[in-house]
Design a protein around this ligand. Structure first.
Ligand SMILES: NC(=O)c1ccc[n+]([C@@H]2O[C@H](COP(=O)([O-])OP(=O)(O)OC[C@H]3O[C@@H](n4cnc5c(N)ncnc54)[C@H](O)[C@@H]3O)[C@@H](O)[C@H]2O)c1
Length: 254
């Protein structure tokens, strides 16, 4: 079960955290993995680990927010059985203290970046007779989280784009779903704690861990396992859905 043998998987942001875990697992399951990354050194590190384990991988330097770069990259790859729209950035702030430049940046990467990859990948999938898309949303798309104004906006858009694409390409054999993780322990979390809560790192880490009723953050490998199921042939009946993977955050925080 869950073999990806013979499939080409494109993963954005595969140099770190969740994207890295997905790239490693999908390669182990037999996919030829293409990592689209801004941080090519980090992507190369993921690629080296895949190659050493005997997997197939290529790194593509591109900024997902730039449509011309994304189009050229998918043109070079030439095929996409699986697309993982994972690259994303964080932002902490409410509507009053979110600066226009920060709002635009979150929109450009998290929303337009996903659109750019969908725009480039869907025609390839149509031509091939089908494909699978997995968009990485967040619990912030579904519940109100303190000080996540721009970020929540971007993840709500991911959720809505998932439904739109799933609906429009039912007849083309393309499945499209999203996943909504709560806090997962990645450099993304460490980075925004360091940037926004300097001097209180341990305290905030503990607080963020406890905000999942299960009592801890998720691990990237746990997210990758759900991604594998959703992108496998075994999930052939699953489309147009969002899957929280959240240690009980959405339903049990009462
Ligand atoms: N970690 C969490 O707690 C958490 C929770 C819910 C959702 N998410 C989402 O999961 C996704 C991955 O998060 P992570 O924690 O693994 O993050 P991360 O920061 O560890 O990794 C993200 C990767 O994306 C790359 N990237 C950023 N901007 C890019 C761009 N413009 N073009 C190409 N690559 C770019 C970065 O270089 C980095 O390697 C994000 O969409 C994030 O919003 C994370």
């Amino acid at each position: 079960m869950f073999s990806l043998s013979g499939k080409t998987a494109v993963v954005t942001g595969g140099g770190s955290g969740i994207g890295r875990a997905i790239s490693l697992l999908f390669a182990r399951q037999g996919a030829a993995v293409h990592i689209i990354e801004l941080n090519t050194a980090a992507a190369q590190d993921t690629a080296d680990e895949i190659s050493q384990a005997g997997g197939a991988v290529q790194v593509h330097a591109a900024d997902v927010s730039q449509q011309a770069q994304v189009q050229a990259t998918f043109g070079a790859i030439g095929r996409a059985d699986i697309l993982i729209n994972n690259a994303g950035i964080a932002h902490v702030g409410n509507v009053e203290n979110t600066a226009e430049a920060d709002f635009d940046r979150v929109y450009q990467v998290n929303v337009k970046g996903a659109y750019n990859c969908l725009h480039a990948a869907v025609p390839l999938m149509k031509r091939q007779g089908g494909g699978v898309i997995l968009n990485v949303a967040s619990i912030a798309a579904h519940v109100g989280i303190t000080d996540r104004f721009a970020y929540s906006m971007s993840k709500g858009a991911i959720f809505a784009m998932t439904l739109s694409v799933a609906r429009d390409y039912l007849g083309a054999g393309i499945r499209c779903n999203s996943i909504s993780p709560a806090r997962v322990h990645t450099p993304f979390v460490d980075g925004f704690i360091a940037k926004n809560y300097a001097g209180q790192e341990a305290e905030i880490f503990e607080k963020l861990s406890k905000s999942q009723p299960i009592g801890r953050m998720g691990q990237p490998d746990e997210i990758a396992a759900l991604a594998l199921y959703l992108c496998s042939d075994e999930a052939g009946f699953v489309t147009g859905c969002d899957f929280p993977i959240d240690g009980g955050f959405i339903k049990l925080n009462n």
